[in-house]
Design a protein around this ligand. Structure first.
Ligand SMILES: NC(=O)c1ccc[n+]([C@@H]2O[C@H](COP(=O)([O-])OP(=O)(O)OC[C@H]3O[C@@H](n4cnc5c(N)ncnc54)[C@H](OP(=O)(O)O)[C@@H]3O)[C@@H](O)[C@H]2O)c1
Length: 253
C-alpha cells in the first residue's frame, strides 16, 4: 500500500497504459481519478476496479480543452481535497511522413499530446506549490528522443513533452514538486493495435516492431505502469527532470 491516502489523476485512464497505471495505483491504496473522452471506456475501468474491491472515480474530460482540464483538477480536489500525483498520459498517434501530414492532424496531435500535458500541469501545480509537495509524471516516448520515420507529428510532439518535462522540473525543483517522464518503447495497447497495426499487415508490423527492441518483444502496459509508480513514489524523491526509458534496450542502440 505504497500510495495509501494519496490522490492521483491519470489522464487517458480508460485504456492501455493509463488503465493499467490507474489500477496499479488503486491496488497500492491511492484514490484515483481517471479522465478521457469516452465515458464507456472509463466506466469499464471503474467496474473492473470495483470487481477487484478497488475504487476508481472517473470524469469525462478532453485534455486539449482548457475548461475540461480545470474542471477535472477541481473534481479531484473536490473529491479528495488534494492532488499528490498527476500522470499526464493521454495521447494520440497518427502515422505519416512530414510532407504528407495534414495540418489538422499536426495541430490535433500537438493539442492533445503537448497542450494537454501543459494544461493539466498548469491547473495542478498551484495546489502542489501550496502544499510544497507533488509528483508529475509525463508519458513521453522513446521517439521523443530518437528520430523515427513516418511519425512526424507524433515524434515532434513527444520531443516537446521531453523538453517541457525538463523545464518544469527546473521551475519547481525548489517547491517540493518533481517532474519526470517515462519513455516507453512500443507497448501493446490500442494505440499500436488500432493506430499502427491496422495500417500494415499484422505479421509484418509485429516483426518490425519486435526487431526495434533488443529484447525482441514489445512492452506490456503493466511494465510501463510500474515505472510510473516508481517515479511517483517516495523512493524517487531526488529524481527530477529524468527521462526513464522502459524500452527493452532500444535506446541503448
Ligand atoms: N503504446 C505505445 O507503444 C506507446 C509508446 C510510447 C508512448 N506511449 C504513450 O502512452 C500514452 C498512452 O497511450 P497507450 O499506448 O496506452 O494508448 P491508448 O490505449 O490509445 O491510450 C490513449 C488514451 O488517451 C486518451 N485520450 C486521447 N485523446 C484524449 C484527449 N483529447 N483527452 C483525454 N484523453 C484522451 C484515450 O481515451 P479517449 O479516446 O477516450 O479520450 C486513451 O484512453 C500516450 O501518450 C502514448 O503516446 C505509448
Amino acid at each position: 500500500m505504497r500510495f495509501k491516502g494519496k490522490s492521483v489523476i491519470v489522464t487517458g485512464g480508460g485504456t492501455g497504459i493509463g488503465k493499467e497505471t490507474a489500477l496499479l495505483f488503486a491496488k497500492e491504496g491511492a484514490r484515483v481519478l481517471i479522465t478521457g473522452r469516452r465515458r464507456d471506456k472509463l466506466g469499464e475501468v471503474k467496474a473492473e476496479a470495483a470487481g477487484l474491491g478497488l475504487e476508481i472515480e472517473f470524469t469525462a474530460s478532453d485534455v486539449s480543452r482548457e475548461e475540461d482540464c480545470r474542471a477535472a483538477v477541481n473534481y479531484a480536489l473536490g473529491k479528495h481535497g488534494k492532488v499528490d500525483v498527476l500522470f499526464n498520459n493521454a495521447g494520440v498517434l497518427h502515422p505519416g511522413v512530414t510532407h504528407e501530414t495534414p495540418a489538422d492532424v499536426w495541430d490535433r496531435t500537438f493539442d492533445i499530446n503537448v497542450r494537454g500535458t501543459w494544461l493539466m500541469s498548469k491547473f495542478v501545480i498551484p495546489h502542489m506549490i501550496e502544499r510544497r509537495e507533488g509528483r508529475i509524471v509525463n508519458n513521453a516516448s522513446i521517439v521523443g528522443m530518437k528520430g523515427f520515420r513516418a511519425l512526424a507529428a507524433y515524434t515532434a510532439s513527444k520531443g516537446a513533452v521531453v523538453q517541457l518535462t525538463k523545464s518544469m522540473a527546473l521551475e519547481y525543483a525548489d517547491k517540493g514538486i518533481t517532474v519526470n517522464a517515462v519513455c516507453p518503447g512500443t507497448t501493446m495497447t490500442p494505440l499500436v493495435t488500432e493506430g499502427y497495426l491496422k495500417r500494415v499487415s499484422e505479421e509484418e508490423g509485429m516483426r518490425f516492431m519486435n526487431s526495434l527492441h533488443p529484447m525482441g518483444r514489445l512492452a506490456a502496459a503493466s511494465e510501463i505502469a510500474h515505472a510510473v509508480l516508481f517515479l511517483a513514489g517516495e523512493r524517487a524523491g531526488f529524481i527530477t527532470g529524468s527521462m526513464l526509458t522502459v524500452d527493452g534496450g532500444w535506446c541503448a542502440k
